[in-house]
Ligand binder design. Sequence first.
Ligand code: SF4
Ligand code: SF4
Length: 79
Amino acid sequence: MSEAEDQSIIESYQFHHIDISKCRECREFSCEEACFRGIYEVINKDSIPKCTVVEDREDRCVKCHMCTTACKPRAITID
Ligand code: SF4
Ligand code: SF4
C-alpha cells in the first residue's frame, strides 16, 4: 500500500479503509456491485461520490477481496 499522495483522505472503519479522495473521481461505483454482502454504500453519486461502509454490516465481510479488485482506483484496503 502506498499512501504517499498528498490528496489521500483515508476513512477507516473497523478493518476497512477507504481513500475517499479517489471516490470523488469515480463514476463506476463497482464496490457496491462487487460486494455480495452489501457492505458498501456509495453516497452522493450525482455530486461528490463517497464510498461508505454500512456500519452494522462490516462484520459480514468474508475478506474475499472482490471489492478491492473491482475498485479500479484502488481506494479500498482491508486489514
Ligand atoms: S470505493 Fe472504489 S469503486 Fe467504490 S466509490 Fe470509491 S473509488 Fe469508486
Ligand atoms: S472483502 Fe468481500 S465481503 Fe468483504 S467487503 Fe469486500 S467484497 Fe465484501
